[in-house]
Design a protein around this ligand. Structure first.
Ligand SMILES: Nc1ncnc2c1ncn2[C@@H]1O[C@H](COP(=O)(O)OP(=O)(O)O)[C@@H](O)[C@H]1O
Ligand SMILES: [Mg+2]
Length: 397
């Protein structure tokens, strides 16, 4: 009763209808832009319908290109449409089960064999799995998702032994591997022995382009937001930016969720282009903070000097942020922090490094009488925000 009462008096969400739809784990019933990959995988598994062993398959593509979603989508479809199939599907996420032992533990569990989560001889685990497989008397399709770390650790030994197993099996049994990786050249990095015995059909997942990202966002908006609470233009803005940056659907959906939350927090009735832009910037700022946190102290001191000078420039107190000015400002800061400053030459090199990391933009200034020099034209964040960020990491201004 009380709880009901409190709930009804809480602020009502104005825009978000179903939060789950905007989360990473949600898989919609259709996957726009992945029709080809779905078809290919579906056709590979169709061998099961005539009780034949499907080919081994690999999925490769950058994070957020729909690999996990496609694998689960197609498998769920088979499970639903053909409940009597003489086949079993097992899904293992190898970023959690990142040793051969842990994967084998998961495979045993999937066949209802309980073994200790650690400390047993691996070979015993393997034999138990094979015994259970014979008992089950069905074809197996084993999805090994996010295998990158596992393969880096064991060079593909597990993939090798699971694919070799097929040579010992009777006609009516088979084990098909579906191996999912974030790197395109993952198969080339398997050890030679594995490579020669494991030749999967390859399905490639290219980064999403703007129209596909827009479709993906539109679908989430339809499912997760209340009708009429968003501007389509906002979705276009997110799709365009993410397509240009990475083509990562996960990021696009993240930005949509943040934009919706932002709009709700402001009490706005609609998610607008403005909210989309702000959400894109917020994520961007987090990424910049991560980059800066990994920089050595002197790099950060130089950035602080630049932020200081850029801010003075915006108040017309400095007319250009030249290498010489930056060096003097940096030297003062280093002295204040009681570290001995690097040479001008070294600082000049670090400016190029900061530019390569996208933190500053440098142009040549042919300043006539004062000679030619490199000047900083822009920073990845507005100067005041850059100062705030650096101050939060312990730099003194
Ligand atoms: N074509 C698509 N349509 C709808 N949602 C998608 C699509 N591709 C990816 N997603 C969503 O984007 C997120 C990341 O996709 P995921 O399959 O986990 O990528 P990957 O496994 O390649 O890293 C998930 O929330 C997923 O549901
Ligand atoms: Mg995945």
């Amino acid at each position: 009763m009380m709880e009901e009462f409190i709930r009804s008096y809480r602020v009502k969400p104005l825009i978000i209808k179903d939060k789950r739809v905007l989360r990473d784990s949600y898989i919609p019933s259709s996957l726009p832009g992945r029709e080809e990959q779905i078809n290919t995988f579906h056709n590979i598994l169709a061998d099961l319908l005539v009780d034949s062993p499907p080919d081994h398959t690999s999925f490769t593509g950058k994070p957020g290109t729909g690999k996990t979603a496609v694998a689960k989508h197609v498998i769920n479809k088979y499970k639903k449409e053909y409940p009597d199939l003489r086949a079993k599907f097992i899904y293992v996420n190898c970023s959690q089960a990142n040793t051969a032992y842990r994967v084998m533990y998961q495979l045993n569990r999937a066949l209802q064999v309980l073994v200790p989560p650690s400390g047993y001889p691996y070979d015993v685990l393997y034999d138990k799995f094979v015994d259970a497989f014979y008992q089950l008397n069905k074809r197996l399709v084993v999805v090994l998702d996010e295998v990158d770390l596992l393969v880096r650790r064991d060079g593909g030994r597990l993939i090798y032994s699971l694919s070799r197993l097929n040579y010992d099996l009777p006609e009516e049994l088979s084990l098909t591997l579906v191996v999912i990786s974030n790197t395109a050249d993952f198969l080339e990095r398997l050890d030679p022995r594995t490579r020669s015995s494991f030749e999967p059909t390859r399905i490639i997942f290219p980064p999403y382009k703007q129209p596909q990202l827009y479709q993906i966002l539109h679908q989430r908006a339809e499912l997760g937001l209340k009708p009429g609470t968003w501007e389509n233009e906002a979705l276009h803005v997110i799709a365009a930016k993410v397509a240009q940056e990475s083509g990562d659907a996960r990021r696009a959906i993240d930005v949509l969720r943040m934009a919706a939350e932002l709009a709700e927090k402001e009490g706005a009735g609609k998610l607008t282009v403005d909210h989309a832009r702000k959400a894109l910037d917020t994520v961007n700022e987090e990424e910049i903070a991560i980059t800066i946190r990994t920089l050595p102290l002197h790099h950060r001191l130089i950035l602080a000097a630049i932020a200081e000078l850029m801010e003075m420039k915006s108040r017309q107190k400095v007319d250009r942020v030249s290498t010489g000015r930056i060096y003097r400002e940096y030297r003062d800061k280093a002295n204040k922090m009681m570290v001995s400053p690097l040479t001008m030459r070294r600082v000049s090199g670090i400016l190029r490094e900061l530019e390569a990391q996208g933190l500053i933009e440098i142009v040549m200034d042919y300043g006539g009488a004062r000679g030619n020099t490199k000047v900083v034209k822009a920073m990845a964040l507005p100067p005041l925000e850059m100062k705030k960020l650096l101050a939060s990491m312990g730099l003194i201004f």
